[in-house]
Design a protein. Sequence first.
Length: 77
Amino acid sequence: MQSRLRSEGMKVNAEVLEGETAHTIIDYAKENHVDLIVIATHGYKGVKRVMFGSVALKVLHDAHVPVLLIRPGVFET
């Protein structure tokens, strides 16, 4: 995805981070003045979402910048 977006002229950074996922993403976005967070979802619904939680929803709720959620299958060719 990174190369695809760069080919469209977008500035894209990919990072590998450690920590509690949602908070780590949000903290990184704050510290690095990120304009937009793009995050893929697993597409869990109902009981599965309750059991496994949703990093995407936590980020969406707590982030200080816009969040774009990508559902499964959106970028399949």
